[in-house]
Design a protein around this ligand. Sequence first.
Ligand code: ADP
Ligand code: MG
Length: 339
Amino acid sequence: RSNLRENYTFDNFVEGKSNQLARAAATQVADNPGTAFNPLFLYGSTGLGKTHLMHAVGNEIRERNPDAKVVYMHSERFVQDMVKAIQTNSIEEWKRHYRSVDALLIDDIQFFAGKERSQEEFFHTFNALLEGNHQVILTSDRYPKEIEGVEERLKSRFGWGLTIIIEPPELETRVAILMKKAQESNFDLPHEVAFFIAKRLRSNVRDLEGALNRVIANANFTGKAVTIDFAKEALRDMLALQEKLVTIDNIQKTVAEYYKIKLVDMSSKSRSRSVARPRQIAMALAKELTNHSLPEIGAAFGGRDHTTVLHACRKVNDLREENHDIKEDFSNLVRTLSS
Ligand code: ADP
Ligand code: MG
């Protein structure tokens, strides 16, 4: 049995800046399993499409070659299976089975933490598969080196192929995902309502799906027209939770801590780079993560003008393109603030 979910395909995976690289790599792996990138390691926080992409590769491989043996497993299940094989004296058979597959997809590898015997077995299976040019795809909620409780030699092998992050989708992608999912459910979702939901639910796709399902259910149940107010009401508790989470205050504190500068420097007049850059990043985060207007954000940062905020947002956007550290800092901060 392959355990592949047929509805997780490339076709219904909406592409955006945040997942573009991961999607491209996954496509290449599906085109040339075992040789393009091996292993392919996808990481990123929960609900961003790692499992979906992994299945998409598996489905595509099977579509081209129906005889291909593709096995998907959640890592916990993989461990359980192995323990059972040991208990029933069938570990040799177990090994043979896993070493014979064309593609092995192990999801949420962080659950291997602390399971030494499983890591040992997996290490050998993994090596055997790589040597035979069988494809391995792994996912995790964090960068391989940051998974605690997993042997170093295993972590270093995870990085032999290609390691790619999936980031939280930006606004346009969130809107596109909502529109696509609504369309798949034959639900007529007004664009401004999709925009309203996407603007407020920023951290992951699973929440977007949950929100959409709620709106659809309420619409079917009440028969009311789907307006922004209707969505606001249907999603009241979900939205309240988000608003509470991300405030300008919270952003300023988090950014100051992250860059080890003083909180007062968020509003000070200082123009020194070590303070001005974090301040600009905090302004950009406030624009992206809250619903405050540019003048409101400026006011919260020591009474600055709205054009200063606008300039900061543009500057940070450019820097995120050019400067790897800033790109990394920004996504770390978004993650911290929206989790
Ligand atoms: P993860 O494994 O990263 O936690 P999943 O792959 O389970 O996330 O994705 C959560 C849900 O969001 C799934 O139903 C998946 O189909 C959907 N999803 C995530 N990203 C996308 C995307 N880019 N386009 C369409 N659906 C997506
Ligand atoms: Mg997953």
